[in-house]
Design a protein around this ligand. Sequence first.
Ligand SMILES: [Zn+2]
Ligand SMILES: [Zn+2]
Length: 346
Amino acid sequence: MKAMYYDAFEKTPEIRSLPDPTPTENGVVVKVEATGLCRSDWHGWMGHDADIRLPHVPGHELAGIVTATGRGVMRYKVGDRVTVPFVSGCGRCGECRSGNQQVCEAQFQPGFTHWGSFAEYVALDFADQNLVHLPESMDFKTAASLGCRFATSFRAVADQARVKGGEWVAVHGCGGVGLSAIMIAAALGAHPIAIDISEEKLAFARTLGAVATVNGRDTDDVAGAVKEITGGGAHVSIDALGHPVTCFNSIKNLRRRGRHVQVGLMLGDHATPEIPMAQVIGHELEIYGSHGMQAWRYDAMLSMIASGKLQPQQLIGREISLEEAVPALVSMDRATDLGISVITRF
Ligand SMILES: [Zn+2]
Ligand SMILES: [Zn+2]
């Protein structure tokens, strides 16, 4: 198969021919039809993810067609159109048994713990517990965009932050996660505020439901600006970027008893950011992480997509080839693209 491959961190990946994967006993092989490019892939390539063993094939936001199944797989067959959350649970540990496969103790992550989907084929383990059948009406590139950023945002907004209609939701960073969070919060009847340093991204956020925007480049006091707009602070705030500044502002701009959700990854030098803990205590703030979403929760998200309340296809930016994904991956930390880039040509 053709795949993107690297044998050293920070070294430009190559496109090369590798052996086709074979399924594990409880796994499948999927022919990749579309796979999204994500900041986590850049973190992995930089060497920030301890799960990655070299050499490596990245890619974790995928959709495609099952081409082979292991003997133990009962629920999926060759020809099925599927996607998968970027964290697949083992199905056996305590977290999986409690329904929290997204924090499984033995998790399978394509593109991190195993070779991923920047390739013609990808092997996925624990298939029965984690694959999701795609509705016929959903195309592969939209489905690929769900696996990481959209689903993680859905869990962050709907499940972790428990956003309700009428609440103010501040979203720091308008990349794929942030724009998804704005769309989902608006669909739940909340009032999202978009915060970014790009006017173009803020304008896009308004088309997806943001009722107000703050440009961090023109504003000395981002938290103050959010408090002003919301009359005292946001009920919910999300750091969708993953940076010490956005993390701090996201907690700082909350009203009393507000909820912060950290979705943007904090890795490398950013792993232990400063947090205004006195405010967390005095104002009884709630601090959450959000790490993917369980396959069994996809039904709620897919039904909102089927009804048109959520339109993740609006978040898709460029469609690119596997070759074009190489420069896109290595420059991801400086990316100015609007929306999600998806590889659709292999
Ligand atoms: Zn598990
Ligand atoms: Zn991702």
